[in-house]
Design a protein around this ligand. Structure first.
Ligand SMILES: Nc1nc2c(ncn2[C@@H]2O[C@H](COP(=O)(O)OP(=O)(O)O)[C@@H](O)[C@H]2O)c(=O)[nH]1
Ligand SMILES: [Mg+2]
Length: 455
């Protein structure tokens, strides 16, 4: 796909700053910019040139640096020219208007990246990584995005596809030579490749799931009875007086939200109204919202007082009618252990799932570090290598590929060679959607339109 028109957008954020960057891309973009410059002399490639930006009457609007990147050695792979002017949002908007009058069109969100993708400058995961790097909610998320941008995720997918292609060649051979005595289908080579494929896919899926947590962030809800110290815990995690703490039950009603980074994961922590029977309609609404948030949470911290019995806790969790938190997302937190020194962390089986029980003191800070680590592991973080960043779309595609592989393995064992070949073909198609090799245009458009303008 070759774009014919020249697009323009401010590539830097739209805030007052020392410098702002306008970017134009497309054949003839240099001529468009030149028509708005006082100096008509040529702009050499990749060299900074000081120029004066004028309006149609020749009045000076801004002065700045012009940089020209002829195709194909540019971000989009097309001719690209940049004007680095003063970071005045008002003047930048005016310069964009002038460039539009000179023949450029305002870029759609993500259109620069979209053109880079179509020109083969990067694949889809890399283009998505740029958007995710810019939007990263923590340093770890940003570093993970850099890994994906460098192509680490794509390379992994390509390696899986390589193994898959080799396997498909073997299977085709098995089909071609099916009338011979040799059992091609169950040769050591095919066996080894099946196993390798399974290992590669599972390892990539584990990493992608972790990368997705970093990309999306997670929501953590603090729930429990009144006065157990929920608001105190939010404040302790935030290191700030975010929520009102009081020994009066029923203080917190509205949900109090705070964005934080816990063990490198961008999270939003929600402090909610304490669960109890109340006649006050406002408090009742607060409790209803608390339960709804708790059900949706990626991790639910259920807080209770240091002297509470664990059996009562479980009963209490099960008592709330219609409330079903997922056991694997549940973390039981015994607060105020400063008043009860003989406490040890443990675990409790709920719905045949081991739920960690950790002791903390929101007042003294004791146990908070352990709580952060346990939380991070509930959110899917495992120690070791920093994962590449991934999106929900990628995880879904990998899961789908795993389903095709499983079906393929069953056909393989049953000796159904044609069905096996078809499952492998579907698997390859699914993997191709991750890097964008096979993806419908409207899906591509949808992905790029979620980027911001100037990207
Ligand atoms: N000793 C002790 N008191 C605490 C601790 N955390 C909270 N409190 C006290 O418990 C009371 C209720 O705290 P608050 O955070 O408002 O509870 P919430 O109703 O669950 O939000 C306040 O008087 C807090 O000072 C703790 O770790 N140790
Ligand atoms: Mg509170």
């Amino acid at each position: 796909m070759i774009a014919q028109d020249v697009i323009v957008a401010q590539a830097s954020g739209n805030a007052a700053a020392g410098v702002a960057v306008l970017r134009l891309s497309g054949p003839g973009c240099l001529a468009v910019l030149l028509s708005c410059l006082r100096e008509k002399s040529a702009i050499p490639a990749r060299q900074a040139c000081l120029r004066h930006f004028v309006d149609r009457q020749g009045e000076l609007l801004d002065q700045g640096i012009v940089l020209y990147f002829p195709a194909p050695h540019s971000f989009t792979g097309e001719d690209v020219v940049e004007f680095q002017g003063h970071g005045s949002p008002v003047m930048m908007a005016r310069l964009v208007q002038e460039l539009q009058a000179a023949g450029a069109r305002l870029a759609r969100p993500g259109e620069f990246s979209e053109r880079a993708f179509h020109q083969g400058k990067m694949d889809l995961t890399q283009a998505e990584a740029i958007a995710d790097l810019i939007a990263a909610g923590s340093e770890q998320a940003a570093r993970s995005a850099m890994k994906s941008l460098q192509g680490e995720f794509s390379q992994r997918v390509h390696r899986i596809v390589d193994t898959l292609t080799e396997l498909r060649v073997d299977i085709e051979a098995a089909i071609d030579f099916s009338d011979q005595d040799i059992d091609f289908l169950h040769s050591d080579q095919v066996k080894a490749r099946m196993t390798q494929l399974h290992t590669q896919l599972s390892e990539t899926l584990v990493q992608a799931r972790q990368g997705q947590v970093l990309q999306q962030g997670a929501s953590i809800v603090i729930a429990g009875h009144p006065n157990v110290g929920k608001s105190s815990l939010l404040n302790a995690l935030a290191g700030d007086e975010v929520a009102i703490v009081s020994d009066r039950a029923g203080t917190t009603r509205d949900i109090v939200r705070q964005h934080l980074v816990i063990e490198g994961i961008p999270v939003e922590v929600l402090d909610t109204a304490g669960w109890r029977d109340s006649d006050d309609p406002i408090e009742q609404e607060g409790i209803r919202r608390a339960l709804r948030a708790a059900e949706r949470a990626d991790a639910l911290l259920y807080l209770f007082d240091s002297d509470a019995e664990l059996a009562d806790i479980v009963a209490d969790l099960q008592l709330r009618s219609g409330f079903k938190p997922k056991a694997q997302r549940l973390l039981l937190v015994r607060n105020k252990i400063d008043t009860c020194p003989h406490w040890q962390d443990s675990q409790l089986w709920i719905e045949s799932h081991p739920c960690p029980v950790v002791g903390i003191s929101a007042t003294t800070g004791q146990g908070l570090q352990g709580l952060r680590q346990t939380l991070a592991s509930i959110l899917g973080k495992t120690p070791g290598e920093l994962p590449f960043l991934a999106r929900q779309r990628h995880v879904q595609a990998l899961q789908e590929a795993a389903t095709h592989l499983q079906a393929a393995q069953e056909q393989w064992r049953a000796g159904m060679v044609d069905l096996l070949a078809e499952d492998l073909r579907l698997m390859q198609k699914t993997l191709g959607s991750i890097t964008g090799e096979v993806l419908a245009d409207e899906l591509l458009g949808h992905i790029f339109s979620s980027f911001c303008i100037g990207k």
